[in-house]
Design a protein around this ligand. Structure first.
Ligand SMILES: NC(=O)c1ccc[n+]([C@@H]2O[C@H](COP(=O)([O-])OP(=O)(O)OC[C@H]3O[C@@H](n4cnc5c(N)ncnc54)[C@H](OP(=O)(O)O)[C@@H]3O)[C@@H](O)[C@H]2O)c1
Length: 336
């Protein structure tokens, strides 16, 4: 199986490291010979139809910051051209999330389908904004579209709901889908610190981004709720349909009071037929949704299996790449 990787940052490098680590396992378990025939970043691409030397690609990126510096096979060819002209079974899209336009990922995904490639993405932006349009391209070109890593990172939820729980009606999904806000609230609660102090510390530790707006305003969780609503619950909604409130007004005093009454406060995203909502909610201390630190959690209410709960890591290079690898394997097995 040949893949093109677009985006060679935290997740792109994680994907390459996971492929290196699992190369023999994939051969032995599935008979899959996985070749990365192109890697793209903002500088251009490295392209080798026989499969790139992945160690060398990581070394070039680390030393120069530019994959186009890959010896002999580096090029400044625009990414869209790489997608169109290089023969591959699938593209793995891992460029930054843009929840205003979905670009540049939207264009790469559409070009991927148009040029006959399956698409895997870790990117919430295009999914939250253009889910049905992207799905229609996949259908028109008879290609597979997978996006497990876009919600909850390594925590299985999309494929769990669509495949493992197939046959169940998913009535409601509710959970913590943003690790940064969970980290902040957990630390405020445990150490009785105010929001700004904990946010600053989380930024210094690299847990919160320099621009944390999307996380703390609830927008990131809202984008994920939209993806779940459209992909699992067959709704046709966008981020504008979500009632959103963030966590900036939560105080350590509010958390202490909640604790005294047997509750904690968590940023909860929820989707059901009548509800599309993100906001701080009181959660009983002994509730399965009361997970600590940067963990993610989701509870799916279904008609047959009743409640199903998953907990996992919502971010991290190797962790998120495990979700991408499961999508690669799924596509390979479907086309074997
Ligand atoms: N980090 C996580 O734990 C996590 C978890 C789940 C999902 N995700 C999603 O995964 C995606 C990638 O995240 P990341 O953390 O790996 O981001 P990142 O470290 O910022 O890496 C982004 C990569 O995309 C490239 N890029 C930036 N702008 C581009 C453009 N206009 N055209 C083409 N390539 C461009 C960058 O190129 P240069 O290297 O040249 O700068 C870089 O290689 C995001 O959509 C994110 O939401 C991340």
């Amino acid at each position: 199986m040949k893949v093109i990787l677009i985006g060679f940052g935290i997740i792109g490098k994680g994907v390459i490291n996971v492929i290196r680590k699992k190369r023999e396992y994939l051969k032995n378990k599935y008979g899959m010979d996985l070749k990365v025939v192109a890697i793209c970043d903002r500088s251009g691409a490295a392209i080798d139809d026989n499969g790139l030397d992945l160690e060398l690609a990581l070394k070039v990126k680390e030393e120069t910051g530019k994959i186009s510096k890959y010896p002999e096979k580096g090029t400044s060819m625009p990414i869209v051209e790489v997608v169109k002209s290089i023969e591959a079974d699938a593209i793995i899209e891992a460029t930054p999330t843009n929840i205003e336009s979905g670009e540049p990922a939207k264009t790469y995904i559409i070009e991927g389908f148009k040029s006959g490639k399956h698409v895997i993405t870790a990117n919430k932006g295009p999914l939250a904004l253009y889910f049905n349009e992207l799905l229609s391209y996949a259908k028109k070109h008879n290609r597979i579209f997978r996006y497990e890593a876009s919600v909850g990172g390594a925590m299985p939820i999309i494929n769990l709901a669509k495949e493992t729980l197939a046959g169940n009606e998913i009535i409601k999904i509710k959970g913590i889908l943003n690790g940064t806000t969970n980290y902040i609230l957990t630390k405020m609660e445990r150490e009785k610190l105010d929001f700004d102090t904990v946010l600053k510390e989380a930024q210094e530790l690299g847990i919160a981004e320099t621009n944390p707006h999307q996380d703390i305003s609830g927008l990131d969780t809202a984008a994920k709720i939209v993806i779940l609503a459209n992909s699992i619950m067959n709704m046709e909604v966008t981020i504008k349909d979500v009632n959103i409130e963030g966590i900036t007004k939560i105080t350590p005093e509010a958390l202490s009071m909640a604790n005294k009454g047997g509750y904690t406060i968590k940023l909860i995203g929820e989707v059901s037929e009548n509800k599309l909502e993100v906001g701080p909610k009181l959660i009983p201390l002994d509730d399965p949704l009361n997970v600590k630190g940067s963990l993610n959690v989701a509870m799916l209410n279904t008609d047959l299996a009743k409640e199903v709960i998953v907990v996992g890591r919502g971010a991290g290079d190797v962790e998120t790449s495990s979700a991408i690898l499961s999508d690669i394997i799924n596509i390979y097995l479907k086309n074997k």
